[in-house]
Design a protein around this ligand. Structure first.
Ligand SMILES: CC(C)(COP(=O)(O)OP(=O)(O)OC[C@H]1O[C@@H](n2cnc3c(N)ncnc32)[C@H](O)[C@@H]1OP(=O)(O)O)[C@@H](O)C(=O)NCCC(=O)NCCS
Length: 343
């Protein structure tokens, strides 16, 4: 049992918050576009030109979202040099929890042995990682907590309609994690801009399994537990809202895109990323892209990409990094941070 006391005496203080370590995990099994050619009427050429995706990782049947989240968390804690017993809060961003409840954060807590943490999930679809990061930042910034573990994890294959060629080729499984701590040096997490528009909820959703359409033989027969998407509409809103969020975050922080060393966008479709780069008049090289190897891993995507960017040397100490997301809800957001200068 764990109880974390949030110290009210220090609430209101503002501390700078850094990402002390990142980690990610992708299942071993890889599905290529050629594999999809065998199950639906599609082609490698269509998928690559329309999405940029070449392959994606798929969890084993017995591998859950919390399994993947726990592995990403272990790697992030190792990178930060922090033991699980030091973690005070675990927040998991996911739309594919192991089950409706208990929350995935609690299951991760048990798997990694973070007995001193309180745990919950955040659901903001593909924007979830940035929403969870901002939530964690608030706790550390206020002085209420010192160590927060933020994870984005998804088993998208668990809600994929394998007969729908317009969606099944797009998604993948995996997890990304970050450890938040007060900064010793550098600016850390700076500005966040977030927005939502629930009037567009029906454009991207899983209609079944909740209180509107509780699970029944009928909901299963109608395929209501699969992800449904109006791809073209989602594409349009993603480009518009991500571009606007990036501009607003830069304006709020008094920075220009030239000050940003690396933009890490949600990895849904390379054409969305190219359209945003064009609108922001930024070279595409400024954008970190790994959608070709992962597909869209929803709430995990930015966490995985950030970990790859850091471990691959694409993001270095002192770099300003932009995280840029969009997802079901609709939800969107942009965070600017300075990558930690280790003291
Ligand atoms: C899904 C997406 C790739 C489709 O690309 P598109 O260029 O918009 O393609 P369309 O949906 O207009 O479909 C064009 C044609 O390709 C067909 N098509 C769809 N999926 C296909 C596939 N996997 N293989 C071959 N053809 C396919 C369609 O049936 C359609 O055929 P038609 O013209 O005969 O009706 C694109 O809309 C997209 O990426 N949207 C955003 C998705 C996203 O990012 N979602 C998550 C946000 S968090």
């Amino acid at each position: 049992m764990s109880v974390v006391s949030i110290n009210p005496d220090v609430m209101g203080e503002s501390r700078r918050v850094c990402i002390a370590g990142t980690g990610s995990y992708a299942p071993e099994r890889v599905m290529t576009n050629a594999d999809f050619e065998k199950i639906v009427d599609t082609s490698d050429e269509w998928i690559v030109t329309r999405t940029g995706i070449r392959e994606r990782h798929m969890a084993r049947d017995d591998e859950t979202t919390s399994d993947m989240a726990a592995e990403a968390a272990r790697r992030a804690l190792a990178a930060a040099g922090i033991g699980p017993e030091e973690v005070q809060m675990i927040v998991v961003a996911t739309i594919t929890p192991d089950m409706p409840f208990p929350n995935t954060g609690c299951l991760v807590q048990d798997k990694i042995g973070a007995r001193g943490a309180f745990c919950f999930d955040v659901e903001a679809a593909c924007s979830g990682f940035v929403y969870a990061l901002e939530l964690g930042r608030q706790y550390v910034s206020s002085g209420a907590l010192d160590t927060v573990l933020v994870i984005g994890a998804e088993k998208m294959s668990s809600m994929t309609d394998w007969t729908d060629r317009s969606t099944c080729v797009l998604f993948g499984d995996g997890a990304g994690a970050a450890v938040l701590r007060p900064c010793r040096r550098g600016r850390g997490l700076m500005t966040s801009v977030m927005g939502s528009d629930g009037s567009l909820a029906e454009l991207l959703m899983v209609p079944g399994g909740g209180s509107r359409n509780p699970t029944s033989h009928e909901t299963v027969d109608k395929g209501l537990h699969y992800l449904k998407m109006e791809g073209r509409e989602v594409f349009k809103y993603a480009v518009n809202n991500m571009t606007a969020a990036a501009r607003e975050a830069l304006e709020k922080s008094g920075l220009s895109l030239e000050d940003v060393a690396c933009v890490i966008p949600h990895q849904a479709n390379v054409r969305i990323i190219q359209a945003i780069a064009q609108r922001l008049h930024a070279p595409i090289e400024k954008f970190f892209i790994n959608v070709d190897r992962y597909g869209n891993t929803s709430g995990a995507s930015v966490g995985i990409a950030m970990d790859e960017a850091v471990r691959g040397g694409r993001v270095k100490a002192g770099d300003v990094v932009m995280l840029l997301v969009f997802g079901g809800g609709f939800t969107w957001g942009c965070s600017l941070l300075e990558w930690g200068k280790r003291s």
